[in-house]
Design a protein around this ligand. Structure first.
Ligand SMILES: Cc1cc2nc3c(=O)[nH]c(=O)nc-3n(C[C@H](O)[C@H](O)[C@H](O)COP(=O)(O)OP(=O)(O)OC[C@H]3O[C@@H](n4cnc5c(N)ncnc54)[C@H](O)[C@@H]3O)c2cc1C
Length: 431
């Protein structure tokens, strides 16, 4: 089994030079070469702010952005119904719409710049895991109706018989199809976006970990990297996700780094391919499986949520067992890649976007549903930094709530284990 991710093994080897030398000036320095950092940098450039540098500790897409499931769909980690409870319907509708606009923006950036990232149309299919439960089927239909009535979003109801034609398993009941969604090779997209940004005059520096952000005597901020290089910026955006370490305790103290895992099988021969739809697939449990067919006929399978990072061999073992619960016919299939990634979660499960001080911006805590929301964040920040609009007022509701370090992690694990147990009970005692 290979120890790198499937994505790293199949993406082009694009590289970006580290930051060197002392003191160059930019208008905006962006810390983090994930989707949040790249979307902000590109959003600024699209608004005429061209003096922008992205600094990345490792390589572009090294974090969650280059190792995720590749689902590009609307919504956030926090449920849509909770958004309405928090914000009231008009604001919740606006915030939700921004995530759908972000799906469209990613699609249009891919098309406009011909980013080769294996975009696969076909939507995302939310499957009912609790196939014997009439209540679960009803809840799925209610969810579709609720989204249509409140947010004007149409998710198609898919009957169990159709699900069985699309998937060689009787594991599920019915499903909902979000047609507008798609899936892609996330690392190729991250690299493609970085290249577009660089070709339009932006600076991208890999292997450039920012170790200090100080106020500059000349105004603005002075950022230093571990290699002793420095850069002066009038404004800074910190988008380090769960990979940000001790640099800014106000940020790291407000989000939990939570692991989730992915495997990729060997390419499957035609008779073993269990998916006959181009949709990406996931189910309606708390810790759901998420999977999709890759362009080279492998099956990519993700799942589980934990506070523990695990070795690839153990991830392969755990996720293969999950996969066999759905597709037992794949027992002899080899797992060729297994990896984990860290998501950053706030206690309220919404992104945290704002300013620590005037000119020092942040965007983090996109959780496990972050591809579109990071792009929405990039737009919000680019509008704010370029002085065109304030950040949306709704975001104030989701601040830097403390997570209480190790105790917070243990509490999160306990609540995950409880939610998983509830799902097991629900499956055994269908209503
Ligand atoms: C395994 C997995 C599967 C997922 N599946 C999906 C999915 O299918 N669909 C979906 O919508 N969401 C998914 N997510 C969530 C989504 O990937 C994330 O929410 C999103 O990518 C977060 O982007 P980000 O830019 O905030 O963070 P990251 O992508 O983690 O980027 C942060 C970057 O900052 C860099 N950095 C940190 N500190 C410094 C520093 N001091 N100096 C310079 N650089 C620094 C890091 O090296 C890293 O590259 C998944 C996440 C994981 C882990």
């Amino acid at each position: 089994m290979q120890t790198d991710t499937y994505y790293a093994a199949t993406a082009p080897r694009l590289t970006f030079a580290p930051l060197t030398g002392s003191i160059c000036d930019v208008e905006v320095a962006v810390l983090g070469g994930g989707f949040a950092g790249l979307a902000t940098a590109r959003g600024l450039q699209e608004r005429g702010i061209t003096s922008v540098a992205v600094l990345e500790t490792q390589t572009i897409g090294h974090g969650a952005s280059g190792r995720n499931g590749g689902f590009v769909f609307g919504g956030y980690s926090r449920d849509a119904a909770d958004l309405v409870r928090d914000l009231g319907l008009p604001q919740a509708r606006e915030v939700y719409a921004c995530s759908r606009d972000a799906v469209a923006l990613i699609r249009s950036r891919i098309e406009r710049h011909a980013i080769d990232c294996e975009r696969t149309k076909g939507g995302a299919l939310l499957l009912n895991w609790f196939r014997h439960s009439a209540r679960a089927e009803r809840q799925l239909r209610d969810q579709a109706r609720w989204l249509r009535e409140n947010f004007g979003v149409v998710w198609d109801e898919i009957q169990p018989a159709q699900v069985r034609q699309w998937l060689d398993t009787d594991r599920y009941g019915g499903a909902l199809l979000e047609r507008d969604a798609f899936h892609f090779h996330p690392l190729k997209y991250a690299l493609g976006l970085a290249r577009v940004f660089e070709q339009a005059g932006g600076q991208v520096h890999e292997h450039s970990p920012v170790t200090a952000i100080d106020r500059s005597a000349a105004g603005g901020f002075l950022l230093r990297t571990a290699q002793g290089a420095s850069i002066r910026a009038a404004q800074v955006v910190v988008a380090g996700g769960a990979y940000l370490q001790t640099l800014l305790p106000a940020l790291t103290g407000a989000r939990l780094p939570i692991a989730t895992y992915v495997i990729a099988t060997e390419p499957l021969p035609a008779e073993l391919r269990p998916i006959h739809t181009t949709a990406a697939l996931y189910d309606n449990r708390f810790a759901f499986d998420y999977y999709r067919a890759l362009v080279d006929q492998r099956l990519l399978w993700g799942g589980r949520i934990s506070i523990r990072q695990r070795e690839p061999a153990r991830i392969a073992e755990l996720l293969k067992a999950d996969m066999l619960k759905v597709f037992p016919q794949l027992a002899a299939v080899r797992i060729e890649h297994a990896w984990g990634g860290l998501m950053s979660y706030a206690r309220h499960k919404m992104p945290q976007i704002g300013q620590l001080f005037p000119g020092l911006w942040f965007a983090q805590a996109f959780g496990g549903h972050g591809v579109a929301p990071t792009t929405a964040a990039g737009e919000w920040l680019a509008e704010a930094i370029s002085g065109r609009a304030d950040l949306p007022a709704a975001l104030q509701r989701y601040g830097l709530t403390p997570v209480f370090g190790r105790a917070g992690l243990l509490a999160a694990q306990a609540s995950y284990s409880w939610a998983e147990l509830r799902d097991v009970l629900r499956e055994r005692l269908p209503g």
